[in-house]
Design a protein around this ligand. Structure first.
Ligand code: MTE
Ligand code: MO
Length: 176
């Protein structure tokens, strides 16, 4: 009986050591350690004036107050309209959004490599009343490191899969 008990506890120790060795720090592959959060958003691609905006640049732009329903409550965000950023970067909007410019789409990328696509007219007030925004405050507070400093909010969209967190890039591209 005794030797078996010892063998049992020895294999448990070996198992524990293997777990500690295989999972250093208990991190899984999709939770990479990250350095300081991004503090700027780049607007680039098929635009005449590519830009990089810092948090201070964004806060100086005209802001929108947007409400969005969360699971159990309604949250208020302070944000800039993405169309204002696209306009500043010189993306074709308004009367220029026709013809071959109807091929344009916008890829919004997060710091973790996540990305979501929007058609350019989804931002244009000539096409829709829905205002897609880049938020930086919720209930008056800066967004935390998992979401912020900047997050896309798509009011009224049933699923939040395009609410890209930790936005680093807004890229205008053309479909073939
Ligand atoms: N950067 C980044 N943004 C992201 C995701 C992601 O994996 N990375 N997941 C999306 C998906 S699929 C959903 S449902 C929502 C979840 O956001 P929540 O945790 O605030 O509900 O974030 C979206 N934004
Ligand atoms: Mo999701």
């Amino acid at each position: 009986m005794r030797p078996q008990v010892r063998r049992g506890s020895l294999s448990f120790v070996v198992f524990l050591a293997a777990v500690i060795f295989v999972c250093p720090g208990g991190r899984s592959a999709d939770q990479k350690p990250q350095s300081a959060p991004n503090t700027a958003v780049k607007v680039s691609g098929e635009v005449s004036h590519p830009l990089t905006l810092t948090a201070a640049d964004l806060a100086a732009l005209p802001h929108q107050n947007v409400s969005a329903d969360e699971k159990t409550s309604r949250q208020r965000y302070q944000a800039v309209a993405v169309v204002d950023l696209l306009r500043r970067a010189g993306a074709p909007l308004g009367s220029a959004l026709r013809g071959s410019n109807m091929r344009l789409y916008v890829v919004v990328k997060g710091r973790d490599g996540y990305a979501a696509v929007f058609a350019l007219p989804e931002f244009d007030p000539g096409f829709t009343d829905r205002v897609i925004v880049l938020a930086y405050l919720r209930e008056g507070r800066a967004l935390g490191p998992v979401e912020g400093p900047f997050r896309i909010i798509v009011p009224g969209e049933k699923r939040r899969a395009r609410w890209v967190r930790q936005v680093t890039d807004i890229e205008v591209r053309s479909a073939q």
